[in-house]
Design a protein around this ligand. Sequence first.
Ligand SMILES: *Cc1c(COP(=O)(O)O)cnc(C)c1O
Length: 411
Amino acid sequence: MNAFELYERHVNPGLAGLLRFTGLDKVESHAEGVYVWDTEGKRYLDFLGLYGTLSLGHRHPRVVQAVKDQLDKMPMSVRVMVSEPTARLAARLAEVAPGPLEMVFFSNSGTEAVEAALKFARFYTGKPGFITTQNGYHGKTLGALSVTPKERYQHPARPLVPGVTVVPFGDAQAVEAALGPDTAAVIVEPIQGEGGIRVPPEGYLRELRRITREKGVLLIADEVQTGLGRSGKLWAVNWEGVEPDILVSAKALGGGVMPIGATLCRPEILQIYKTEPLIHSTTFGGNPLACAAGLAALEVTLEQDLPGRALEQGQYLIGSLQQLWNTYPEFIQEVRGRGLMVGLEFTDADIGGLVVAELATRGVLTAFGLNDPKVVRLEPPLIVEKSHIDECVAALDQALAATKVALEGVL
Ligand SMILES: *Cc1c(COP(=O)(O)O)cnc(C)c1O
């Protein structure tokens, strides 16, 4: 059996079936920059970017080198001594954080970083409740899933963590109305990713900050997908000058080479470590390899002004997509986004599926949002060139034309 068949049998048959449907019953081989190759030698332009992880593209040389150097010295921490890359990355994150988020808890993924944020909020406030938003996505471990209000994923896992209230995204008044004496924190994505690339109305985050501060409730910004420059600023909360109490980062923080999660907190929130230093800990979180990758990723992101680049290339991408929207108004419902976090909403989820499949056969990788299958998200590396964007948009044009022909055949 080839690797695809082994995967289908031993890892996830349903997912393998979906990949088959989109024509991606392939085995990946290697990758470089914005391109990926399968084992048959076909090349793909990666406009999915591992859901916003590959901000520096695949195998950025500076990140690869930093990881190789650390690998040759000491990949794992003994934990009974302090690791230099861990301490340095924490200090660097504190320097570039929005506000006085001076303490960092490291983990290995976005969902773990969210778990930590939820627990820290309970430790600090002594209260159990959370407010989250409709279509919000915060991960799939039990705590993070409890604030990810998607019935399909939540239902079979019940009972969830209690005390969660769900309010519409983009509506600060709804948060104000939902706040109660038991609320520990409000958790929100500055721009919803899996929910279908939804940019909230101007002033939303500022309002949330005002309301939570007034009521003594913590504000948790989940920047797992928006962070490290994707939205056009280093952190998406910077668009409104908002300083959250806790900021969650992951995905792009590992430079597209290592998995890492980070939960940045105001120092008083982690006071508990003074008396209970092991109240929340992990064996692998903040390991030297991941932190070496994080340090290099931050350095490249700032040195090359990748946030600025995301903004410029994002405007070009959105502009090009708007032209397609004019050509195919029967298929495209909306084009939206900020920086290189771009959503293409189709009039129907099946059309989105067909287009994703047509794009794959034309060598362009995309996917729809986990919480909204009508929206195909485009999150290419921030190092993408205009020529790559032209390549993607030309393929989309052909994919839409092919979808049109296919549907006319059916009607
Ligand atoms: C992807 C994502 C997560 C979960 O991260 P994992 O590393 O997949 O566990 C949490 N929040 C947001 C906003 C995300 O996009």
